[in-house]
Write a protein that binds this ligand. Structure first.
Ligand code: BGC
Length: 384
């Protein structure tokens, strides 16, 4: 990390600028480009490529993490002398495309895009390329186009692996324990990441389904990695996950048949699944199933502390923001862009140079050490 970026990161951490009460907001309208941060002096601007507009396209405000991602990027980039246009698209592909079009027309130098459907942006990114606007795919890869320059993400396959391993360890599957009643869920079929999450988990868990140690009463166990879309929850909605879990509980469980483990790929799904379990009479500490998640959203961390979620895979959005802001600075000042995986992420047209970060498992026992001591949450946010 350059001295400038170290200073920026420290300043932001010290100022406690990470909003912790990021309640879902229904309005997803455009935010006009914000004025350049006043605190930045000309020398810093020059060191960072002289400022300019950076477009940030995020999928939706309805999930806590994207609010966190967006505001963190804006803070970092503005502190470094850039203007920003941060926009949320209500999970609607067309809306995201027109927002990106506007950013290009407004003269953005770099676009940072967390895509909704990574296969639909080809035409608008042709417009970007025609104006020499560089594109960073943020968290989610953009597929089927040559016009994506870099990708920054956490290791998505590893996220799923960590969930699978957690289940394996929690149930003692390696020691031959079982059978356990198991319900798997997968993420949004239009999200490229969802495939990696499922593959990572399934590469560990499928053997136990095959051997009968994990029994799936609903029958919703994909026969292959590729069949994961059949159990995907479109748009990652908590409500849809809740209805799906309610259906499974009503149709396949009851009496002595209890669900003992649920693979949830992320926290928004885990929240809905936990609601359904509560509604069906499951109680924390008394046969509540092992339940996985991802993102360390506040409501889920509270659920973990209340015994209603077993783990979450934490992807520190501050680290991702830091890495992407550094990429923007490198691109705009003509420096070599930092990546660490130039082989894995093929978007069906090219291998996209990638900066890969490591996710971390957080359990109720490590919430304080990982999430509070690191400043991600204040103890009071979590009732600690
Ligand atoms: C992200 C996850 C997030 C999910 C739903 C995925 O692409 O990587 O962190 O939970 O989208 O928004």
């Amino acid at each position: 990390m350059s001295q400038t970026w170290k200073k920026v990161a420290v300043a932001i951490a010290t100022a406690g600028l990470f909003a912790t009460s990021l309640a879902a907001c229904s309005s997803e309208r455009e935010t006009p480009p914000a004025a350049t941060g006043g605190a930045t002096d000309a020398a810093t601007d020059a060191a960072n490529g002289g400022g300019g507009l950076i477009g940030i396209a995020m999928p939706t405000k309805a999930l806590e993490r994207w609010n966190r991602d967006g505001s963190h990027l804006v803070e970092l980039l503005e502190a470094a002398g850039f203007e920003t246009s941060l926009q949320y698209a209500d999970n609607k592909t067309d809306q995201q495309i027109s927002q990106i079009e506007n950013m290009i027309n407004d003269g953005a130098k770099v676009l940072v895009i967390a895509s909704i459907d990574g296969t639909t942006l080809g035409p608008v990114l042709e417009q970007a390329a025609a104006k020499d606007v560089k594109v960073i795919a943020y968290d989610r890869l953009i597929n089927e186009t040559p016009n994506v320059d870099y990708y920054a993400t956490f290791d998505n396959y590893k996220v799923g692996q960590l969930q699978g391993q957690f289940i394996e360890d929690a149930l003692g599957l390696k020691d031959g324990k079982g059978p356990f009643n198991f319900e798997p869920f997968a993420g949004s079929p239009d999200d490229n990441n969802a495939k990696f999450y499922f593959q990572g988990a399934w590469d560990i868990l499928k053997q136990y389904v095959d051997s009968g140690k994990l029994v799936v009463p609903s029958g919703k166990a994909p026969a292959t990695d590729d069949a994961w879309k059949n159990i995907g929850i479109l748009g990652w909605g908590s409500d849809d996950a809740q209805s799906e879990m309610e259906n499974r509980l009503n149709s396949f469980y009851g009496g002595d048949t209890k669900v003992e483990v649920v693979l949830s790929p992320n926290d928004s799904l885990a929240l809905g699944i936990a609601q359904a379990l509560t509604g069906a009479g499951y109680k924390a500490g008394e046969g509540w199933p092992v339940l996985t998640g991802q993102d360390a959203d506040q409501a889920n961390v509270l659920n973990m502390l209340a015994g209603k979620q077993s783990m979450t895979v934490w992807k520190d959005t501050r680290a991702l923001g830091d890495a992407v802001a550094k990429m923007v600075e490198e691109i705009t000042s003509g420096k070599e862009v930092t990546t660490n995986d130039n082989e894995t992420y093929n978007n069906n047209v090219k291998v996209v140079p990638t900066l890969l970060l490591d996710p971390l498992v957080v359990t109720p026992d490590t919430v304080e050490k990982d999430l509070v001591d690191s400043g991600f949450y204040k103890a009071s946010d979590l009732g600690l």
